[in-house]
Design a protein around this ligand. Structure first.
Ligand SMILES: Cc1cc2nc3c(=O)[nH]c(=O)nc-3n(C[C@H](O)[C@H](O)[C@H](O)COP(=O)(O)OP(=O)(O)OC[C@H]3O[C@@H](n4cnc5c(N)ncnc54)[C@H](O)[C@@H]3O)c2cc1C
Length: 404
């Protein structure tokens, strides 16, 4: 099977930034993408909030990201990821199954983004980017002094409607139920805002206009009454979900809500060596700049992870016999013993691998180590014996007279 150092699923802003950072660090990178590289920004005509670009088309920004990643030698493959399988035992294999064959990755970054749910009404697709938007932070500013409609009734719809009142002359919130589903405090805030008019119990049948969207046609579900509301912008907030169908059989990666991937601050998931970046993560703000930031962090964390793994493989898991001293660099006593050990190693002409579990927490669990500092003897990749130590004498006895 093809084996790669770092595989990245998704060539949107998160995946492409991760590729740039990882390649610059000298890591072998394979990007898997089933659509157009650039991701979601390809579907927007104008971006005004990516630093350094006062105004850019989504397509040109996406293309610039790709060219940048290519210039550092990232490899791209047009393919669809169907599933990902993680072995969480000591081997830690990561297998990615695609429509063009299986790949084994030493580290993986999931940057597969998210998808907005559609209303599914007539005109929605036709006026997407010409009045129909799925992002108030991205497009709200284009509707200064104009009437807009928000479709939806959950927290996002209500919050974004409130945000849009900064620009719009009026904001209609059209929701199919008679009550909003948002938190009480948010509902109270929007109901007290004179610019907001709730249109409850209505479904949107059509978005219409000439070149740009000009009106929304909504129907009351009980009475059948039809209202035509003149607006210049229509903001759809009827749901958003992460693109994680390929994780359907996985029980190891922690997720939240509809499947957002939960990571730590290094973008690492609950599976060692598997990172997530961008919109697919459980996070506060889904934008190009935050996706790019996540991608940079994930790439550098993956680089650190790979360097550690290769070092441990060469020194601990591959040799027939190896000795290791497990300590924590935040404990002064452990640090003192580590420097004594370093001096003794030189005189005794013996090689002992020092493993800092503060930087490499999971190896402790992997080898079933409970207390520190501890000496471990490895034989052909397996833990053969271990001994808690408190002095250089203990370490010497562990190695020379095999006592513990
Ligand atoms: C209409 C619109 C306008 C927007 N305007 C702005 C704006 O003005 N400013 C701003 O900052 N943000 C804007 N955003 C949000 C911004 O585009 C996203 O936050 C950003 O693209 C997220 O980047 P990402 O790399 O995490 O994911 P994405 O951009 O979603 O990229 C993920 C990539 O993964 C690929 N992929 C997914 N699953 C698979 C699979 N199984 N196999 C292979 N490939 C896969 C997808 O094809 C996609 O290319 C807008 C979004 C939309 C939809």
């Amino acid at each position: 099977m093809e084996n790669r150092q770092l595989v990245i699923i998704g060539a949107g802003p998160a995946g492409l930034t991760a590729a740039i950072y990882a390649r610059r660090a000298g890591v072998d990178v394979l990007l898997l993408e089933y659509g157009l590289s650039g991701g979601q920004i390809n579907s927007t005509s104008e971006i005004e909030n990516y630093p350094g670009f006062k105004r850019a088309s989504g397509l040109s920004l996406g293309q610039a990201f790709r060219e940048h990643a290519e210039s550092f030698g990232a490899e791209f493959r047009d393919c669809s990821v169907n599933s990902a399988i993680f072995d969480v035992s000591s081997h830690g294999d990561k297998i990615i199954r695609t429509n063009q064959g299986d790949i084994s990755a030493d580290a993986l970054i999931i940057a597969s983004g998210s998808t907005f749910s559609r209303v599914g009404c007539k005109g929605e697709q036709e006026f997407k980017g010409r009045g129909v938007s799925y992002c108030a932070v991205c497009d709200g500013v284009f509707y200064e002094g104009a009437p807009v409609a928000v479709i939806g009734g959950g927290n996002s719809a209500v919050e974004e409607a409130d945000y849009l009142t900064r620009f719009a002359s009026k904001v209609y919130i059209i929701h199919r139920r008679e009550e909003f589903r948002a938190e009480r405090i948010l509902i109270e805030r929007v109901l007290s805002n004179p610019k907001i008019e709730p249109v409850l119990g209505y479904v949107v049948d059509e978005i219409a206009g000439e070149n740009m969207a000009e009106r929304v046609v909504a129907r009351n579900l009980k009475s059948g009454d039809v209202r035509t509301i003149p607006v210049e912008g229509i903001f759809v907030f009827v749901g958003i979900k992460p693109n994680v169908d390929f994780l359907k059989d996985d029980k190891n990666i922690r997720r939240a809500g509809p499947g957002w991937i939960v990571t730590d601050e290094k973008m690492e998931t609950s599976v060692e060596g598997v990172f997530a970046a961008g919109d697919v993560r459980d996070k506060f703000l889904r934008q190009v700049v935050t996706a790019a930031g996540d991608g940079a962090v994930a790439a550098m964390a993956a680089y650190e992870y790979l360097s550690n793994q290769y070092y441990l493989k060469d020194t601990l898991f591959t040799p027939k016999r190896a000795y290791a001293f497990f300590m924590s660099s935040i404990n002064p006593a452990h640090l003192a013993l580590a420097s004594e050990l370093e001096a003794w190693q030189k005189t005794a002409n013996i090689s002992i691998v020092v493993v800092d579990v503060h930087r490499n927490l999971r190896i402790k669990d992997k080898l079933g180590i409970n207390e520190l500092p501890v000496m471990v003897e490895m034989a052909s990749g397996e833990k053969h014996r271990e001994c808690i130590v408190s002095s250089i004498g203990d370490i010497r006895d562990f190695i020379t007279i095999k006592s513990c």
